[in-house]
Design a protein around this ligand. Structure first.
Ligand SMILES: C[S@@+](CC[C@H](N)C(=O)[O-])C[C@H]1O[C@@H](n2cnc3c(N)ncnc32)[C@H](O)[C@@H]1O
Length: 265
């Protein structure tokens, strides 16, 4: 039976799954950035930047309304901000784990993004983001209010993937775009080698750095039970998205799902 949402060990329903995911990220927050960069040998930076570049035309419009959902400690948000002109509308950066969000705010918040001295006097603040503590499945945002939603390595953790896609569709404007950056499991020899790293070496390094048993077993398990690209694309189509697509990154270890809200219902 296809996966419907994240199922951390011991969670018996969607509410328990969401609770376990939030607790897990809150507890890992102080070590999250270090772990990420060590475990991915910094390739994650390239992925965030490449995903952000894909949406350059929307990001370059100062008045476009942009949400980075499941923003965590804010590295995807920072990659998006690189393409925002000075003085543009702040990006919204949402996450339901307060400890993750607090770290993100230090990177992307208005006070961290002081006015550019070269532009002092003309009131053009460096592009920044506003932190929003919110559940991706119940966004406190109006219908049809966003031009772009991006989520990086967070979608896989949602307790219900279809409900997530529906919620994103609700808040996107007609023609608005969605980008989901997620891990996947590559095939072939590279896939076999990567599986050894991902299932054996990565949990051991994770355990060493953050000292918590099991936390980094969840990562490979959640990627293993996440729908493969063909199923994700079918789910996006069935939920009502236009032009769903998937672009593999780094031999398909990760990839960017893209789709748009139809312009006519
Ligand atoms: C693996 S981290 C990714 C963080 C960041 N986007 C990045 O690329 O480093 C996943 C994040 O998704 C958040 N998350 C998971 N489920 C969520 C939900 N239902 N609503 C909001 N945030 C959620 C977690 O709290 C965590 O911060």
């Amino acid at each position: 039976m296809p996966a419907t949402g994240a199922k951390p060990p011991g969670a018996t329903d969607e509410a328990a799954a969401a609770h376990a995911v939030r607790q897990m990220f809150d507890s890992i927050a102080p070590r999250y950035d270090l772990l990420n960069h060590v475990l991915s040998a910094n390739v994650d930076r390239l992925w965030w930047r490449r995903a952000a570049r894909h949406f350059r035309p929307i990001l370059a419009r100062p008045d476009s309304a942009v949400l980075d959902v499941c923003c965590g400690t804010g590295d995807m948000t920072m990659a998006l901000l690189r393409h925002r002109p000075h003085g543009s509308q702040p990006i919204l950066a949402a996450d339901f784990a307060p400890a993750m969000l607090a770290r993100g705010m230090r990177k992307f918040g208005a006070s961290a993004r002081r006015a550019d001295p070269d532009r002092a006097g003309i009131g053009q603040q460096r592009p920044y983001a506003i932190a929003l503590e919110a559940d991706a499945l119940r966004l406190p945002l109006r219908d049809a209010s966003l031009d772009l939603i991006v989520t990086a390595f967070g979608f896989r953790n949602l307790a219900n993937y279809e409900a997530g896609l529906r919620e994103f569709l609700r808040v996107l404007k007609p023609g608005g775009q969605l980008g989901i950056l997620e891990f996947s499991e590559p095939g072939g020899l590279i896939g076999q080698a990567y599986a050894v790293y991902f299932r054996r070496i990565l949990p051991a390094i994770g355990r060493l750095i953050c000292g918590k048993e099991g936390l980094y077993n969840y990562l490979p398990a959640s990627v293993g039970s996440f729908p493969p690209p063909a199923d994700m694309l079918a789910l996006m189509r069935a939920t009502g998205y236009d032009r769903p697509g998937w672009q593999p990154y780094t031999f398909g270890i990760a990839g960017l799902y893209t789709a748009a809200r139809p312009t006519v219902p």
